[in-house]
Design a protein around this ligand. Structure first.
Ligand code: UDX
Length: 442
């Protein structure tokens, strides 16, 4: 199949490279010549494990190419994917669809012959209707069907998620889209990934409902963690105890500093707006958004408490800035609000992140960046683990104790066990685990 991928950002680039790897002929298109030139030199605009090798292999094989020119690849394509950004619109939280609609207008002028136009960007319910309308309005002769095919990939595991998805959701209104879309994903049938055809609006809603459910699941366990701290229970055991019930499931029950990233915050907000617009408020999701927002400041208060109630003039060392490991993405990272709150409290913040410092430098002011955990720990009054990078999972606490001004360790990802740290004379605070881990001790 000939595929044109409009938008070579996170979703577009990963999807384009994976579809080329399936054997399709893929052209990735982006308006940014800086991005396309870099891609032609094999420089990835994002950090994603395995992506560079995948891109290089498929470029070499002649199945993947990059361009800023949309017309020729769209004219030749059987299937055109729209994978452009849908940021939260400033002020009202609605998804900004101007890039999606702009792409639809350009596609309209370029298509030749029967073409399936697939929206991969996360878009509110009804966007597919509008994409189809825009194309037909701009080019009444266009033989086109608009399809919804949301992406569920996680940053840091995007290639594996694309190639071994739990499911592929495809929303169609015209039966003519079924066969080409089946062809696009045929290689996945070997992995027995279920292909699920639905109505287009249903497919659009599935994406938001999935993200809102997962965000709510995380927020639920975070509130249970707070309660654990009050009543002397262990949130990891609670999570395991409930997660073993198949109806609940054990994933996404890790308590922490709150969810961040490019999807959950934006998509929960957009779903709340859609609910309001249609007079069907989603009160659970509204509460999830509010609770997650408050949580970041609450995490800063935990650091204040670890430092005896006051951080004024104290040096706080932050391990991990990105919203999760294995990405350089700082979008809506809890670290942003937590560090701001620490600085507001008068702390001097030093930080280290394996991939995120460049982007963090654009978003945060007054942070001193170091070379590694031991560098930033020097003279620190507290060390705070904010993102659970592998590099932070086996820290040398004997060395840290000699370097730090005070042996205080705040583990906001529950990476360590209390006794492991306290053994070295550290004051240890984690999330939802106030006492000893009794279950692990027996
Ligand atoms: C998410 C969805 O998982 C994916 O399906 C969708 O396509 C895009 O949004 P992503 O944003 O890459 O993917 O990250 P994810 O791994 O889901 O984590 C999101 C946030 O939740 C992170 O900040 C993470 O630290 C947090 N999280 C996740 C928890 O705090 N606890 C958990 O148990 C799981």
């Amino acid at each position: 199949m000939k595929i044109a991928m409009i938008g070579s950002g996170y979703v577009g680039l990963v999807s384009g490279a994976c579809l080329a790897d399936f054997g399709h002929e893929v052209v990735c298109i982006d308006k940014s010549s800086v991005k396309i030139d870099a891609l032609k030199r094999m420089e990835m605009p994002i950090f994603e494990p395995g992506l560079e090798d995948l891109v290089a292999a498929n470029v070499r094989a002649g199945r993947l190419s990059f361009t800023t020119e949309l017309s020729a690849p769209v004219a030749e394509a059987d299937v055109v994917f729209i994978a452009v950004g849908t940021p939260s619109r400033r002020g009202d939280g609605h998804a900004d669809l101007s890039y999606v609609y702009g792409a639809a207008r350009e596609i309209a002028m370029a298509i030749r012959g029967f073409t399936v136009v697939v929206t991969k960007s996360t878009v509110p319910v009804g966007t597919g209707d509008e994409v189809e309308r825009i194309i037909r309005e701009a080019n009444p002769d266009a033989d086109v069907v608009a399809v919804s095919n949301p992406e569920f990939l996680r940053e840091g595991a995007a290639i594996a998620d694309f190639k071994r998805p739990d499911r592929i959701v495809i929303g169609i209104e015209d039966e003519r889209a079924r066969e080409p879309m089946t062809e696009v994903y045929r290689p996945l049938f070997l992995n027995q990934s279920p292909l699920m055809f639905t109505a287009r609006r249903t497919s659009e809603l599935i994406k938001y409902a999935a993200n809102a459910f997962l965000a709510t699941k995380i927020t639920f366990i975070n509130e249970i963690a707070d309660l654990c701290e009050k009543v002397g229970a262990n949130v990891q055991d609670v999570a395991r105890g409930i997660g073993l019930d198949n109806r609940i499931g054990s994933k996404f029950l890790n308590a922490g500093p709150g969810y961040g990233g490019s999807c959950f915050p934006k998509d929960t907000l957009a779903l709340v707006k859609t609910g309001h617009d249609h007079g069907s408020p989603l009160r659970l999701v509204e509460t999830t958004v509010a609770v997650n927002e408050q949580r970041k400041r609450a995490m800063a208060r935990k650091v204040f408490a670890a430092c005896g109630g006051d951080v004024r003039g104290k040096s706080i060392a932050i391990l991990g800035l990105t919203f999760k490991p294995n990405t350089d993405d700082m979008r809506e990272a809890p670290s942003l609000a937590i560090i701001q709150a620490l600085q507001d409290g008068g702390a001097i913040v030093r930080a280290y992140d394996p991939e995120g410092m460049e982007q963090a430098g654009l978003l945060l002011e007054g942070v001193q960046y170091g070379q590694g955990p031991y560098d930033i720990a020097e003279g620190a009054d507290a060390l705070v683990l904010l993102t659970e990078w592998d590099a932070f999972r086996a820290l040398d606490f004997v060395r840290l104790k000699t370097l730090m001004a005070a042996p205080v360790f705040v583990d906001l990802r529950n990476v360590y066990r209390r006794e492991q740290i306290e053994r070295h004379g550290f004051h240890y605070l984690s999330v939802g685990r106030p006492g000893e881990d009794l279950a692990a001790a027996v």
